[in-house]
Design a protein around this ligand. Structure first.
Ligand code: DX5
Ligand code: ZN
Length: 218
């Protein structure tokens, strides 16, 4: 079973509360929160204060994707704000094991992400320390980009490594996912699917979520 995680990056930021309702009513499994600091990536989006304000308005899990240069500085505040999982980028964690352990110690699910140009080898020997690996399928920073061909081979290598270790790892893909690209990432072993622009641009988000689920059953 795949899990669908709409990203509020493509939502209408003037009414996030009703956008959360849209995500819930569409039958999605979690809410993906794209946190950008204007340094790791050019834009600045939302911080823990917004996550905290949104928390009472949905029962869906909050999946925080920290695209920030200094994740250690922010892990605690996102956990306090009600994030159910916190994903940090391997590229900017000088002591990745320590950062992941810190997330774990706060009782939050642990995620590690790699950019398209980052070799998946950097996460293969820490798979037992995380609940989820996020394979970026576009360069982080903006919604609405095109899926970078070939990223599914990273997903496949990570899934094979997890299977060898008997780990029930979540593998998330983020960027350019639609009813076509979802097929190759899921057949490679991804099971958590972020959808931003395609979800919020669709006229019927519930139907779009069903289409994603159907696309991988064909
Ligand atoms: C990109 C973000 C993504 C983005 C995906 O930096 O991490 O979560 O919102 O958007 P789409 O689905 O439009 O590519
Ligand atoms: Zn994201």
């Amino acid at each position: 079973m795949i899990k669908i995680a709409p990203s509020i990056l493509s939502a209408d930021f003037s009414c996030l509360r009703s956008e959360l309702e849209k995500i819930e009513k569409a039958g999605a499994d979690m809410v993906h929160l794209d946190v950008m600091d204007g340094h790791f990536v050019p834009p600045i989006t939302i911080g823990a204060i917004v996550v905290d304000a949104l928390r009472p308005h949905t029962k869906l899990p909050f999946d925080a994707h920290l695209m920030v240069s200094n994740p250690d500085r922010h892990i605690e505040s996102f956990a306090e704000a009600g994030a159910d999982s916190i994903t940090i980028h391997a590229e900017v964690a000088p002591d990745l094991n320590a950062s992941l352990a810190r997330i774990r110690s706060l009782g939050v699910r642990v995620g590690v992400s790699i950019n398209p140009e980052t070799d998946e080898k950097v996460v293969l020997d820490i798979l037992d320390k995380v609940d989820m690996v996020l394979v970026m399928t576009v360069r982080p920073g903006y919604g609405g980009q095109k899926y970078i061909e070939g990223m599914e081979s990273k997903v496949r290598n990570i899934r094979e490594a997890a299977n060898r270790l008997n780990l029930p790892l979540d593998i998330q893909v983020d960027g350019g996912i639609n009813t076509e690209t979802i097929k190759k990432v899921v057949s490679a072993g991804a099971n958590v699917i972020v959808t931003g622009s395609a979800f919020f641009n669709s006229k019927d988000p519930a139907e779009f979520v069903s289409m994603l689920r159907r696309a991988v059953m064909e």
